[in-house]
Design a protein. Sequence first.
Length: 202
Amino acid sequence: MTTQIDNFTITETSDKVVVDYAKTAKDKFDTIFTLTLGLAISVATFLLLRQGIKSTSYIVIIAGLIFAFQAVIQTFSGLSRLFQPTRNLLVIDKTTKTLVSRHSPFASKTFSLDEIQTLVVSGQNEKISVGDGQKMTRTYCTIKAKLKEKTDEKLFTINTNRFFRPSIKQLETELYSKAKRLTNEINIHLKSKYQWTGYNEN
């Protein structure tokens, strides 16, 4: 049996449940934008540091180091998006009663279904600097599994499919609706509690 929730596909067989993810045009745009922003900040960093060293200006050098930190963050974020797994993103093995979560092409985590106490859904309105004091807001949801030893393990990041932002409330409602449908479908097999923590500004 297959269930489609926007760009998530949940396939159930006799022995397992598999969640796959199809990248949208918005996902690809975000990846390119983040990598381009990281490259632009890297160039600005190089120019600032070169100028600071030439003029022995510690203020310019410090500004260059701050830019370097931002360049690393944006580049890492872009690369993580580029190599984000799409197949077997989440696998619930009915035979072994385990859940396998893939976070990268080379890394995954396995939990016993008995360990999972609650699925926690939270929204983020993340402010991203794009230069000259300008900021963009990236709105998305995350689904985490809260384990019985009180640790949280991220399972999914749910991005909006929109290139242009409607009202923030409309966008938040759409993302929450998708996250809730996905969580409820997974919870049929996990039988865990459900918790919504709202949207956070960061």
